[in-house]
Ligand binder design. Structure first.
Ligand SMILES: [Zn+2]
Length: 314
């Protein structure tokens, strides 16, 4: 392993947080919780808060959804401290990272069927655990369809980190993930690579997001080490589920309120925020204005983390 891996740089500088929605639909009750948590943590730490539109999967991006999300955040009183970043405009950065990863990356010629047939199991995120079929080269006559990142051998593959909400998290990459995709068969860069490159490029020190991404974090930490990027602090908040225990989607969790709604628009915004705050366990009264909500919610967030004994951010 190279020296970059054994000596990752330390985090430096003031707190920088971000909210990074995929533009597959408007913000809903579930994604709002992640947005509110990231905003509160940045404000409670006197940090800055950025918005990044994760539209790297252009096949899934819904036209107009990003604009709607930005309008919703503005309407909820959540204003970013920098330019909005769009992943679809940053492909050169992802290509440069791929080149930097050099021999850690290899072409995989397996098709969907072959991956399903050969998988070692299913990872915690539901993805097939790839057995490394193409690790030592493509079979004669096969062409690369996707690019994969080589993970360390079993025994050297444990990634452990302390999550500020979830506590100590450990994952064995070789067994629970396998060599994972960096560039997909459809030509799009994979989420795991884009998010690591962008967090490093934007100087993000603190990632606050939903616990559905907890299982992705060890892969992202491994990529950070290979790229010589610092590992941010992580805080994964619980995911909002419906009565059947399913994660809310834009179909099941639509916000009752939308920008430009008629009537008491500010009251509707406050109501949506209060719901998210109470889900997070924040002790807030029912305020009548957006300003009053945020004035209460920021110290309530700091109190909540202190009561949980969460490690401090910056
Ligand atoms: Zn393969």
């Amino acid at each position: 392993m190279n020296s970059i891996f054994t000596n990752p740089p330390a985090l430096a500088g003031p707190y920088v947080g971000r909210f990074a929605p995929s533009p597959t639909g408007p913000l809903h009750a579930g994604s709002l919780v992640a947005a509110v948590a990231s905003y509160l943590d940045a404000r409670a730490n006197g940090g800055s808060w950025l918005i990044r539109i994760e539209d790297i999967d252009e096949g899934r991006a819904v036209p107009g959804a990003a604009q709607t999300i930005l309008e919703q955040l503005d309407w909820l009183g959540m204003h970013p401290d920098g330019e909005i970043v769009w992943q679809s405009r940053r492909k050169d950065l992802y290509q440069a990272a791929r080149e930097r990863l050099a021999e850690h990356v290899y072409g995989c010629g397996c098709n969907r069927r072959e991956i399903a047939d050969s998988r070692l199991g299913v990872g915690p995120d539901g993805a097939a655990i790839y057995p490394g079929t193409c690790r030592h080269g493509l079979a004669p006559g096969r062409a690369a369809r996707s690019l994969r990142l080589r993970v360390p051998e079993p025994g050297q593959d444990v990634i452990t980190f302390t999550d500020r909400f979830a506590g100590t998290v450990s994952q064995r990459l070789a067994i629970e993930s396998g060599d994972f995709v960096l560039k997909r068969a459809d030509g799009y860069w994979a989420y795991q690579l884009a998010v690591v490159v962008d967090d490093a490029a934007q100087g993000v020190t603190d990632v606050v997001r939903g616990a559905d991404l907890l299982d992705s974090t060890p892969r992202q930490i491994y990529l950070q080490r290979l790229l010589g990027a610092p590992t941010p602090r992580y805080l994964h908040v619980p995911v909002v589920r419906n009565a059947n225990g399913e994660k809310l989607s834009k179909q099941t969790g639509a916000l009752a309120v939308q920008p430009g709604a008629r009537g008491n628009s500010e009251g509707a915004a406050v109501a949506a925020l209060l719901k998210a705050a109470r889900f997070l366990g924040l002790d807030v009264a029912a305020p009548s204005t957006l300003d009053a909500f945020w004035q209460q919610a920021v110290p309530a967030w700091a109190r909540l983390l202190a009561e949980r004994g969460a490690p401090a951010a910056a």
